[in-house]
Design a protein around this ligand. Sequence first.
Ligand code: ZN
Length: 77
Amino acid sequence: MPLYDYKCDACKTQFEQEHSMSAPPVTTCPHCGQEKVRKILSTGGVMSGGLSRSPASSSPPPCGMGGGCGSGMCGMS
Ligand SMILES: [Zn+2]
């Protein structure tokens, strides 16, 4: 999972949060609880110009291997 850098404008706390690309960004500061958090660009990221659309990296979990899918969501039932 990618690691994102956030900074709270209220208490100036800077922190990192790991979550998937499809997950909503963090808006609430874990330190002061205010919704003053904004995402900052990580210096270690790849700056290739322009917004990089997320590739098909969020592959679904493997099914049909005893993973307890069975709900027909993977289309492999
Ligand atoms: Zn804060």
